[in-house]
Design a protein around this ligand. Sequence first.
Ligand code: SAH
Length: 227
Amino acid sequence: MVEQRFEVERKRLVEELVSSGIINSKEVIRAMSKVPREEFVPEYLKNKAYIDSPLPIGHGQTISAPHMVAMMCEFLELKVGDKVLEVGAGSGYHAAVIAEIVAPENAKNPGHVYTVEIVKELVDFARKNLEKTSYIKYVTIVCGDGTLGLPEYAPFNKILITAAAPKIPPPLIEQLKPEGILVSPVGEPHFYQTLQKLVKTPDGKIEVSELCGVAFVPLKGKYGWKI
Ligand code: SAH
């Protein structure tokens, strides 16, 4: 019964995101309609899982709002088979949505998501959430400073940062494949930032464009904010 209620609420939220023009692609619609966000929020917030808002997940961090997860997935132009790096696993929800797109059921060449989280307790929280929803099969979660990337798994087709960076960390640009896309909020912590899209051309040149205004928690680590 409860699951049914969540399904109805999830469907309604996705319809709203489609009618407001936030989601356009069939694949993002399918993934957002499938991944149970209620399994990625603390128990006491389950009833609020389908409000289009960030929610606290402890340690001063938040699970991003559904519209932001959907928008970043659209901007990344995700494809089946993509190898994706996420900086900031948080609850594991965004990684699960990406896994649903790059490694759908019965894919011949499933992609994979590597997600890095700096707060140990959140690594455990994300892992538990990804295990109970079975997305762990296509998501590798690593505890550490994501601004350094993951050289052992590089290069990546797509990279996203889910915290506000002072500037895009150079190791992440290095670890992006030619023709790859990186999306990140860039700007002051605890204020509004700009979502930037960085594209690496086939000959390795970098092109950066500004997408929209956003508000994210600050990125920490070597190339993050010293706060
Ligand atoms: N993508 C998440 C939302 C994460 S909020 C979700 O779907 O729930 C941003 C996360 O980035 C926080 O959990 C924070 O601890 C983490 N973070 C901040 N700086 C980091 C860094 N340098 N490396 C890895 N994770 C970082």
